[in-house]
Write a protein that binds this ligand. Structure first.
Ligand code: CTP
Length: 403
């Protein structure tokens, strides 16, 4: 996919900070629109001294964010939603002040908050007076941001607004679009692939109102589905969780392990390239669910529900198309248990996590996992967001595709 094609259909946040070059951001917004992007413009307070929100509103046909606490906004958490949905964030022009804030993780206005709350790649196009650019404080901040994966376009050398000649000019719009296109295209390594993801804890019915289930939130599975989508894959998410449906993903809602087996099998037979089985599947189901709500019986103090094993979904789909990635949720002897599951279920890879840790596993937004593969490899990952875990595992899946 070419860089220019990669911009079409993408949600781009254009952050504009206060510089004499702020007016050039109108051209950037316009060219992004022409390239087929959906553009959300965020103006800092000083940017509004140089250019009005009306300019951007007219160009993008969308509301422009000028304040973290906009009393007129329909959604008080608008900035979080915009951060979550962004495919990329472009900050152009970016002042020394904005870069300093990003370096230190400040979130005192809409733009810095959106960058902090987003996992999208960020492209920074600095513009400032050349002494400010050359200042050690700025250069140290730029080096830190580059180290953390922020992308830079420019600044260029040339005549600056002050009349001086030096480094600090905003790069041309075409260069910004080219750099953005490359960033977006580089992230499309799953284009043309069909990735099936399962998520959530299955529910096994006892009667019409009661179920046996577990503490899985579904967050890790949804993070996988969104990461695969953002990397260009067609994604089918088979879910027993009740989280909001992510955009651009085929969502198949299921409840029980048996329903999940059927839905996962159907999805794999639809030319799947990989299955990421992040769901916490119940191991046992009541042998027969009561047809009516079970009533208390006078004098009965105990209840025994007879259970039988649910189908092992991974074991059953091992002959169907696609690389198989399983999870091992353990509370003890993590590596041995995980390796036994990797082999027993004939997986290509297993993601093992200790669910007894308070900062990893169920319900929290972070995870600490070990990736084991069938050729004996072991990779211990540090504490990461569930999205970072997903992207790291998908990197390994891409490695299996090409290897
Ligand atoms: N899994 C499955 N079908 C089941 C149970 C689990 O496909 N009936 C999958 C899970 O989605 C996960 C992997 O198998 O990817 C391991 O699940 P886990 O609950 O850790 O292990 P179990 O196989 O259930 O073994 P145990 O409960 O004994 O640890």
């Amino acid at each position: 996919m070419s860089g220019a094609d990669a911009i079409a259909g993408k949600r781009i946040v254009l952050g504009v900070s206060g510089s004499i070059a702020s007016y050039k951001a109108a051209d950037i917004a316009s060219k992004l629109m022409q390239a087929g992007a959906l553009v959300d413009v965020v103006l800092t307070r000083s940017a509004q001294e140089f250019i009005t929100s009306l300019t951007f509103r007219s160009l993008t046909h969308r509301l422009v964010i000028t304040d973290l606490f906009d009393a007129n906004s329909e959604d008080p958490l608008e900035h979080v939603e915009i951060a979550r949905q962004a495919d990329a964030i472009v900050i152009a022009p970016a002042t020394a002040n904005v870069m300093a804030k990003l370096t230190h993780g400040l979130a005192d206005d809409a733009l810095s908050t959106i960058v902090l709350a987003s996992e999208a790649p960020v492209l920074i196009a600095p513009a400032m007076e050349h002494h400010m650019w050359a200042n050690t404080a700025t250069q140290v901040n730029v080096a830190t941001l580059k180290e953390r994966g922020f992308n830079f376009a420019g600044p260029n050398e040339g005549r600056l607004a002050s009349g001086a000649v030096g480094s600090g000019r905003l790069v041309e719009t075409a260069e910004i679009l080219e750099a953005l296109g490359e960033i977006l295209a580089a992230n499309q390594d799953l284009a043309g692939r069909h990735i099936v993801v399962s998520a959530g804890g299955t529910q096994e019915p006892i009667d019409p109102v009661r179920v046996v289930t577990n503490r899985s939130s579904g967050k890790q599975g949804y993070a996988f589905a969104e990461a695969a989508r953002d990397r260009g894959a067609r994604v089918t998410l088979v879910t027993a969780a009740s989280l909001a449906n992510p955009a651009g993903i085929k969502v198949v809602k299921v409840e029980s392990a048996r329903q999940m087996l059927a839905a996962v099998s159907d999805a794999l037979n639809d030319a799947a390239d990989a299955l990421v089985m992040a769901a916490a599947v119940a191991d046992w189901e009541p042998i027969s669910a009561a047809g009516q709500k079970m009533k208390k019986v006078e004098g009965q103090d105990r209840l025994t529900i007879e259970m039988q094993k649910t189908p092992d979904i991974l074991a059953q789909v091992s002959g169907l198309p696609g690389i198989k990635v399983g999870f091992a949720a353990e509370t003890e002897d993590l590596l041995n248990n995980a390796r036994a599951k990797l082999e027993g279920k004939k997986l290509d890879m297993i993601v093992a996590n200790d669910v007894s840790a308070t900062d990893a596993g169920f319900a929290v937004d972070t995870n600490r996992v070990v990736i084991l593969d069938k050729s004996g490899g072991q990779e211990d990952l540090p504490l990461m967001s569930k999205r970072e875990v997903a992207d790291t595992v998908l990197d390994r899946v891409c490695g299996l595709f090409s290897g």
